[in-house]
Design a binder for this molecule. Structure first.
Ligand code: SF4
Length: 65
């Protein structure tokens, strides 16, 4: 199986606090997962916002008005 060459670098930058997610460090899978649900991945949010685990676009927009 091929692994993403950016996996370690991605993990260093990942601010997601959701425990045990197998998509951590695999940004393509992470984005696809949340996009299918009309959401954004953790890295779009500040650390404080991210801790709510609310990944909705509505929440993202509300916090930027
Ligand atoms: S943002 Fe979602 S898919 Fe991405 S690592 Fe966190 S919980 Fe997993």
């Amino acid at each position: 199986m091929m692994y993403c060459g950016n996996f370690e670098k991605n993990l260093e930058k990942c601010n997601c606090s959701y425990p045990g997610c197998p998509k951590k460090g695999k940004c393509c899978e992470c984005i696809a997962y949340h996009r299918e649900r009309g959401e954004l991945p953790a890295c779009y949010f500040t650390d404080e916002e991210e801790k709510t685990w609310n990944r909705s676009i509505e929440y993202f927009m509300t916090r930027r008005r």
